[in-house]
Design a protein around this ligand. Structure first.
Ligand SMILES: NC(=O)c1ccc[n+]([C@@H]2O[C@H](COP(=O)([O-])OP(=O)(O)OC[C@H]3O[C@@H](n4cnc5c(N)ncnc54)[C@H](O)[C@@H]3O)[C@@H](O)[C@H]2O)c1
Length: 337
């Protein structure tokens, strides 16, 4: 949906309290106010508590993490709403089908959020390939130990398997370009003429698991990807190979992973788990060969400004009557994060 040039837009933030000032600096707020009326002190964190007159005037919602659910009742309170500009990745947690049914334009900052996830993944691939986690642990336990001459260590001619040609997956494939890696890709939705095929060899999931010494998960969590990596799949991975998961914890059968780590020395770098955080005493905690991080691969700290910048750019495009760069279409939701 486009905005006629004569319109004065009214925009409002809907997200976790305090988040707008971490997403938008002075310059971004000025850019928003150049194209829309915005009360920058107002953040809607509960539509039921919001002033009905304020809701009735909103043309554009700028949403972020913890935005409350927007379904039929909320839409009825916002009859002018024509666009939801999301300053984060997935919109699954706050937008219901009624939003698309009403023809409201939805945009996402998922491309901006993919940047730090891909950076984290590249770092994990390189450090795991070099054996850094194990060498650091050994050095801490025995300061006199030298790095043993282990032929299994190093990043020369390693095969890296990417599961999912998602925004993050594609960016990881690009980042791997300058290194001495063979890159494999598994994704049932990659078209025959997709340019990603020039940068990674597409294979079946089984072949990817058999051939890769690093497997990095970048698929969305869908019914078909829930528990995708279980005992049978870990059996295909070679001893000492590394599983990196920055996607969603439920894609991996964690009990099967624990068995694979114990039985054949599969290693893992997990930014996501089920549940989050993992309770104290969970078998994955403290398991040698497993590194856990608390869901930090996505935007954090100063990276939030990249999300804010992305959302402001989308708002400017919409206000100028131009199509957004990253629309979220209802029909693509079946395969998207
Ligand atoms: N750890 C974090 O902080 C963090 C941050 C951002 C995203 N994520 C996660 O990273 C993953 C990728 O996010 P995104 O925004 O790049 O996703 P995306 O929406 O761009 O991914 C969609 C693509 O995934 C691929 N896909 C769909 N089903 C697949 C399947 N069965 N097997 C393989 N590939 C399949 C298809 O190519 C589809 O086009 C998601 O799981 C997301 O939740 C995590």
């Amino acid at each position: 949906m486009r905005f006629p040039e004569s319109d004065t837009l009214t925009a409002a933030f809907a997200m976790r309290a305090g988040l707008p000032r971490r997403l938008f600096g002075v310059a971004e707020l000025e850019r928003i106010q150049a194209v829309a009326d915005l009360d920058e002190k107002l953040t809607i964190s509960d539509f039921r508590q919001a002033d009905p007159r304020v809701l009735a005037a909103i043309d554009v919602l700028i949403t972020g993490w913890d935005c409350p659910w927007i379904g039929a009742a909320e839409l009825a309170a916002m009859p002018r709403l024509r666009a939801v500009v999301h300053a984060a990745g997935t919109v699954r947690d706050h937008l219901g089908p009624d939003v698309w049914a009403r023809g409201i334009t939805v945009t996402t900052a998922a491309d901006a959020n993919a940047v730090p996830v891909a950076e984290y993944t590249l770092a994990a691939i390189l450090l795991a390939g070099k054996g850094v986690p194990e060498l650091a642990r050994g050095y801490a336990a025995d300061p006199g130990c030298a790095a043993a001459d282990r032929p299994d260590i190093g990043n020369y001619r390693r095969t890296v398997g990417i599961l999912g040609a998602s925004r993050v997956g594609r960016r990881v494939i690009d980042l791997l370009g300058p290194f001495d890696f063979t890159v494999l890709l598994h994704d049932p939705y990659v078209a025959g003429d997709d340019p990603v095929r020039a940068r990674a060899t597409t294979v079946s999931l089984d072949e990817l698991l058999r051939r890769s010494s690093v497997v990095s998960v970048h698929a969305p969590l869908l019914a078909e990807t829930t528990g995708l990596l279980g005992d049978r799949q870990f059996d295909l991975m070679s001893p000492g190979s590394v599983l990196i998961n920055t996607a969603r914890g439920a894609i991996v059968d964690q009990d099967a992973l624990v068995r694979a780590v114990r039985a054949k020395g599969v290693r893992a770098v997990l930014d996501v788990t089920v549940p989050e955080p993992l309770p104290a005493g969970h078998p994955l905690r403290g398991l040698p060969g497993v590194i856990l991080t608390p869901h930090v691969a996505g935007s954090l700290g100063n990276e939030l400004h990249r999300l804010g910048e992305s959302a402001v750019s989308e708002l400017e495009l919409l206000a100028a009557g131009r199509p957004p760069r990253s629309p979220v279409r209802w029909e693509s939701r079946a395969t998207m994060a």
